[in-house]
Design a protein around this ligand. Structure first.
Ligand code: UGA
Length: 434
């Protein structure tokens, strides 16, 4: 099939590349010329495990192309994906100007039937707004489909190639058939393509992310309570996760959820519910708890150092909002850095992928090292903010040699509690004894 993908951000680029991988002819469009030129010469603008192999293979075989020219891109395409940003507007609601702007441009260019797919996370009612834009601007017949993306950063390729499910919101039989054909190769193992109306599909995406954020937040509150009552959250997690109705996944407590999706989507769902005079109370609580959880470690440190962090030097392992990404949007580490440096402490950070991004944003308030053990030199404590595999089994001898004091504040519960006690550490993690 001939496909155009408008927007080569994270979702657009993964979508375009993975669609090319099953033999489709894909052309990706972006307004940023420099980015398009780089991709044309084989440079991937994002870090995502496994994407580079598919990216290069499909460029070489001519199935994946890039352009800044929208007219050229959509001329032969049957399906046009809109993978454009929907950032939170000033009122907390998603800003649809990129999506609706692109719809208008496309409407003014098309000469034959197209399926327009909204891939970005968009508020309920967006498909209707996109339809209205086409109605106002062209007489050509189009179908507008909602097809939310559920991929996770870090495992995006795997999630796209073998999705748990594909959700397609469309009231057109013709569009449904095309989407079914397109996604057929990805659901060969029997996972479903679930067809529904556009509004249900749009809400599915917000409900999924908000539910997962709520699940994590619930566990974070259980962890906080564990610390107070003397229970171990690892045990409680295993105890409840074995119930199939609860499930083992997404029950890991930590220093709050971050990233470009959960915070934005929980807020957008809470705000848009209010528009319908409905107060989605649980989401207000989730946002509130998550904000506090991001600073849980700092709260513990203030207590440990009797309220005075000034002049202390801290090693920080992990800056990305989660492992296997260089994405630092809403990363708990950023909040921790701000609080510690405001309190007069020095922070030396190491992250395998995200240091460049933090340098650009906060380069003047902390320093960076190229090796995790260099960060520990003369440090009063180690703080762990991201669970990179690299940190899971460190050289404890070297760690001990470099640290000034054997103190660790672990926001991701990486180490065995008893092992750390045996090694003589003051080890403060989430929801476990100290
Ligand atoms: C999330 C969803 O998982 C995807 O399904 C969705 O497509 C995506 O948002 C999106 O809307 O585009 P992502 O933001 O890449 O994906 O990251 P997750 O792996 O879901 O993690 C989100 C946050 O939850 C991270 O900060 C992570 O550290 C935290 N988390 C996750 C926990 O604190 N505990 C857990 O058990 C799991």
């Amino acid at each position: 099939m001939k496909i155009a993908v408008i927007g080569t951000g994270y979702v657009g680029l993964v979508t375009g590349t993975c669609l090319a991988e099953t033999g489709n002819n894909v052309i990706c469009v972006d307004i940023v010329e420099d980015k398009i030129n780089k991709m044309k010469s084989g440079i991937l603008p994002i870090y995502e495990p496994g994407l580079d192999i598919l990216f290069h293979r499909n460029i070489e075989q001519g199935r994946l192309n890039f352009t800044t020219n929208l007219a050229d891109a959509i001329k032969d395409a049957v399906i046009i994906f809109l993978a454009l940003p929907t950032p939170p507007g000033g009122d907390g609601k998603a800003d649809l100007s990129y999506v609706l702007g692109a719809a208008k441009d496309i409407a003014n260019l098309i000469t034959d039937y197209k399926v327009i797919v909204t891939k970005s996370t968009v508020p309920v009612g967006t498909a209707d707004k996109v339809k209205a834009v086409f109605k106002e601007n062209t007489l050509i017949d189009v179908d507008v489909v909602s097809n939310p993306e559920f991929l996770r950063e870090g495992v995006a390729v795997e999630d796209f190639m073998k999705p748990d499910r594909v959700v397609v919101g469309s009231s057109s039989e013709k569009a449904r058939k095309l989407m079914e054909e397109l996604y057929g190769p990805y659901v060969r193992s029997g996972n479903p393509v679930i067809f529904m109306d556009e509004r249900s599909s749009e809400l599915t995406k917000y409900a999924a992310n908000s539910f997962l954020a709520t699940k994590i937040t619930f566990m974070n509150e259980v962890a906080n309570l564990c610390e107070l009552v003397g229970a171990d959250v690892d045990m409680v997690r295993k105890g409840i996760g074995s119930d199939a109705r609860i499930g083992k996944r997404f029950l890991f407590p930590g220093i709050g959820y971050g990233g470009s999706c959960f915070p934005k989507d929980v807020q957008a769902l809470a705000m848009s519910s209010k528009e319908y005079d409905y107060s989605f109370k649980i989401l207000d609580a989730v946002m509130d708890v998550n904000q506090t959880q991001k600073l849980k470690i700092v709260e513990k440190m203030i207590k440990y150092y009797n309220g005075d962090l000034s002049g202390k030097k801290f090693a920080l392992w992990g800056l990305a909002f989660k492992p296997e990404t260089d994405d630092i949007r809403e990363a708990p580490a950023l909040y921790i850095i701000d609080e510690l440096t405001k309190a007069g402490a020095e922070v030396v950070a190491y992250d395998p992928e995200a240091m460049e991004n933090v340098k650009k944003m906060k380069g003047d308030v902390l320093s960076f090292v190229e090796n995790p053990y260099d960060a520990l030199k003369d440090a009063d404590a180690l703080i762990i903010a991201t669970e990179w595999q690299l940190f899971r089994n460190p050289d404890f001898d070297l760690m001990e040699k470099n640290l000034k004091s054997k103190v660790i504040f672990d926001g991701r519960n990486l180490y065995d509690l008893h092992k750390m006690i045996d090694l003589g550490y003051y080890y403060n993690s989430i929801g476990r004894a100290t």
